[in-house]
Design a protein around this ligand. Structure first.
Ligand code: ATP
Ligand code: MG
Length: 411
């Protein structure tokens, strides 16, 4: 196997110029640094439009696997570094190609780039000077300049020349937290953790809100949600989880006897509580795992009536996704196995036989107005919310809802 000296990380959509670009790059670098903590010898170098991680002996494959998670990075290339002398470059290029698994490339091309203009050979000339000896040394290889199996990049710089060919796709999106903060409604299901990951990938900082109906829902169900938040925290360094006591509200709503409308009523109450928590914590949107048509509460008429309970933008990253696409992502992110554990959710407790797919806003508002103290109950739920800070593989810190949120130093 080829041994590598450095990883080259490329930015994707961050084409915004000026101050924002620098802010985005800084956020991505701090994310990279946090993931490099287990690899103390590795050093980060920032260059315009790129990040380099000099490995200093750390294992390139393990490090790149971890850095693939960094939002805002579209791809990673492992790089060999060699002295900027023709003979060294040619020899290293031959070894580089020969060390590739033999079943892999049958066609190749060399793409040289002379960044250091004092180097005596031009880019085109270098393509030939490096390509020729490779052809001689590897009889099974042919040149294909249009669709080569292997594109050997040779970047000639003053200090050193970079040699690389592999391009490993990475998470993409925007660096963590560079697009503001939103509250994620995190159930124990498959969808909402994926929605949270998608929101984070788009540069949102996320705080999670979970509604529980303890003692009707078990501590196991709560632990499952804490673990799900733990998986999400791997992508963020740490994450805040708000646990909202929902039993009283649910009991009141069930008391209306409007079985078919109860899910609609519950969802609206959840959004009201989430909006209040958003305001307290400086978040500007709510994120849910809704996917159009998936269940009765996610038909267009349901989404319409439920969504009116909040004035905040309601972001639904999965709204147009198919379930199998969501499951695929859940497996990749690492939440799937937790999500399918069979603990009950507060909503499964009150699932009516035929929940409405077409609620009427006026009727819903009338029922809500008929409840003696829904607003008071919502306030109480917000007040009694317990907030935890979750870090990957760490013990819990419990805080009260009023505690200061740690926002600045995420890593
Ligand atoms: P999920 O797989 O995320 O549970 P779902 O397909 O089961 O989604 P619903 O149960 O209808 O869908 O919930 C829709 C969305 O409402 C969820 O994706 C989540 O964002 C939010 N939600 C539902 N139940 C809860 C809960 N107990 N706590 C927090 N959010 C919830
Ligand atoms: Mg659910």
């Amino acid at each position: 196997m080829t041994s590598y000296d450095m990883l080259l990380l490329r930015f994707g959509e961050i084409t915004i110029k000026g101050k924002n670009r620098s802010r985005f790059e800084k956020a991505a670098i701090s994310h990279v640094k946090s993931l490099l903590l287990p690899f103390p010898a590795a050093k980060v170098i920032r260059e315009y439009g790129r990040i380099y991680v000099v490995l200093n002996g750390e294992p390139w494959d393990v490090v790149s696997e971890s850095l693939k998670q960094v939002f805002g990075i579209t791809s990673i290339s492992p790089v060999r570094m060699i002295p900027s002398r023709l003979e060294d470059i040619v020899n290293a290029a031959k070894t580089f190609i020969q060390s590739m698994p033999s079943d892999k490339p049958t066609t190749f091309k060399v793409s040289a780039r002379r960044v250091w203009k004092q180097f005596p050979y031009g880019s085109q000339e270098m393509n030939r000077l490096v390509g020729g000896p490779i052809l001689q040394a590897c009889s099974h290889l042919k040149v294909d300049v249009h669709h080569p199996d292997l594109d050997l990049r040779v970047e000639i710089r003053e200090q050193v020349t970079y040699l690389y060919s592999e391009v490993i796709p990475a998470a993409g999106g925007f660096p963590l937290g560079t697009n503001g903060k939103a509250m994620l409604l995190l159930s124990g299901g498959i969808d909402s953790p994926v929605a949270g990951w998608s929101a984070m990938r788009r540069g949102l900082e996320i705080e999670c809100i979970h509604f529980h109906s303890y003692p009707f829902t078990s501590k196991k169900a709560e632990e499952k949600v804490i673990e799900l938040a733990g998986v999400l925290s791997r992508f963020a360094g740490q994450i805040k989880l708000h646990l909202v006591p929902f039993t009283d509200i649910q009991t009141s709503l069930a008391g209306t006897g409007q079985d078919n409308l109860i899910i609609t009523l519950m969802r609206r109450a959840m959004l009201r509580i989430a909006s209040s928590l958003a305001e307290r914590n400086g978040a500007l949107a709510l994120v849910t795992g809704d996917s159009l048509g998936q269940v009765a509460s996610q038909t267009l008429p349901s989404m319409n009536v439920i969504g009116r309970a909040t004035e905040l933008p309601l972001l639904r990253p999965l709204v147009m996704s198919d379930k199998n696409e969501i499951i695929h992502l859940a497996k990749k992110i690492g939440t799937y196995d937790l999500s399918i554990l069979p603990y009950e959710d507060c909503c499964t407790l009150f699932v009516p036989k035929s929940p409405t797919t077409n609620p009427n806003l006026r009727i819903i508002e009338k029922i809500e107005a008929g409840l003696s103290d829904l607003a008071g109950q919502i306030e109480t739920a917000v007040r009694d919310t317990e907030s935890l800070i979750i870090r990957p593989n760490e013990k819990l810190e419990r805080t009260s809802a009023e505690d200061e949120v740690i926002q600045e130093n995420w890593f």
